[in-house]
Ligand binder design. Structure first.
Ligand SMILES: [Zn+2]
Length: 206
């Protein structure tokens, strides 16, 4: 399946996300994002053309569209605890990249992430997790292994591990999704990492 075209190139998509996040942090909202609900009929009839794909944590404190002050049809959001690259998540992102031609893929972690904390402490309590949750935590383990080397279990080290986990997720995407990896290699898709500070909603891009 060949990639369809999207009218928003990666650098412009990144700028839209950064500008939207600046508005959110300042407590502002664009009129455009507030009135987007009136576009729903057009989106339903003509289909979506999201300008970016964002993989984020399921944590309720990182509501992706709100953080970037965007509306329906703008961002193809995949959320799972710990923003890990599971087969279903990668399949979803492959679908978006090929069907809608979105040129930007953002992997976004966040500070004080509970999934990261669970992964960091799993060595102490390996039996405390359900099998399904353990699968999530296992995906974070490569980052957690490095994170434990930081020493103390402090908030700062949790956040440093969250950033390592973003890097690990991007590595997993490159290794385990030939579809996304080839779009990236062909410069049809740009992948960037990001970390959201949940104390004020600001997103730092790599
Ligand atoms: Zn989280």
């Amino acid at each position: 399946m060949s990639q369809s075209m999207n009218s928003v190139p990666a650098d412009a998509a990144l700028r839209l996300l950064k500008e939207g996040n600046q508005r959110f942090v300042q407590g502002l909202r664009s009129v455009e994002s507030m009135v987007r609900s009136r576009d729903l009929i057009e989106l339903a009839e003509k289909g979506q053309k999201p300008f970016a794909i964002v993989l984020a944590c399921a944590d309720s404190r990182v509501p992706t569209e709100i953080l970037f002050d965007r509306g329906p049809g703008d961002i193809f959001v995949c959320r799972v605890a710990g923003n890990v690259a599971t087969p279903a998540i990668m399949g979803s992102m492959e679908f978006a990249a090929e069907q809608f031609g979105s040129a930007l893929l953002v992997v976004m972690g966040h500070t004080r992430c509970g999934a990261i904390k669970a992964a960091l402490s799993m060595k102490q309590q390996p039996d405390g997790l359900s099998p399904n949750l353990k699968m999530v935590v296992d995906e974070i383990e490569p980052a957690a292994r490095l994170g434990r080397e930081f020493g103390e279990f402090t908030l700062e080290n949790v956040d440093r591990t969250a950033w390592l986990n973003v890097q690990h997720t991007m590595d997993t995407i490159r290794k385990k999704s030939p579809v996304l990896a080839s779009l990236i290699a062909d410069r049809k898709l740009t992948m960037v990492g990001a970390l959201c500070n949940i104390e004020n909603g600001s997103v730092r891009f790599e």
